[in-house]
Design a binder for this molecule. Sequence first.
Ligand SMILES: [Zn+2]
Length: 296
Amino acid sequence: MTDTMPPPPNVDPHALVEIAPGVHVIRDRRVPLVPNIGIVVGEEAALVVDTGMGPENGRKVLDVARRLAQGKRLILTLTHFHPEHGFGAQVFKGEAAILYNAAQRDEFAAKGQAYLGMFRTFGPGVAAALEGTELVMPDEVYDGASTTIDLGGRRVELSTYGLAHTRGDQVVSVPDAGVLFAGDLAEERIFPIFPWFPPDDADLDAANWATVLAALEARKPKIVVPGHGSPGGPEVLAAVRRYILDLKSRVAAEVKAGKTADAIVASLAPKIRAEHPDWDAPEWVDFAIRYFSATA
Ligand SMILES: [Zn+2]
């Protein structure tokens, strides 16, 4: 029993790396349900990107951010509303200006409580991390596709692209450093996360997801920080885009041949897993196949 138990989803403040001058990442260490967390420091303010899951993780991230910011004001934003990315925001309330895009705020308001309940069933480690979680709303939202934040001597751009991995995915880019925080639009050596949970949550658009990835690749970022996995270059984005497009066409062919979703999962999922022997989280393959079966 214990040998199959995943490690607790704890942020490790010692996994801090400076990937570009003043651009820091608390690495996920490839621990399930721990995201890569960004802290971008300017001359006047520091931006935190994601909090980890639950107040204890959020507290650790806030402590690191305060240390790096050295008294400068703090701003918090999230790549998207999923619990491991944003359900530590409560400790930032009153300590940082919390800024989301409007779609993310709305999605969080609509689904936050249900996701809290769902994640609490994911085992004792996750339940412990979520202990005492309070869902807090942002202080500010922006409408439209993007906004720019001036951190003092450094500008950071927040962009959103409509329904993809979620309704309100947000990419954070630091143009002067060529860094792009992709959230769960990109996972590195991890099967792309398809949160396809119909009828409870069917907000997923893989075609747009692939389109967004192509647009982000065209920006030629030097460093891509995925939601989960190791930072790399634009190839991190390309790998996810190719996976999406390849799986979409293979599932479509099977659907056309009259196969059911169950039959496609049974025949295709083992092949897909075998083609990526070094990718983690193989359970997401089935979700992706079921998504493409339902939408073919
Ligand atoms: Zn996610």
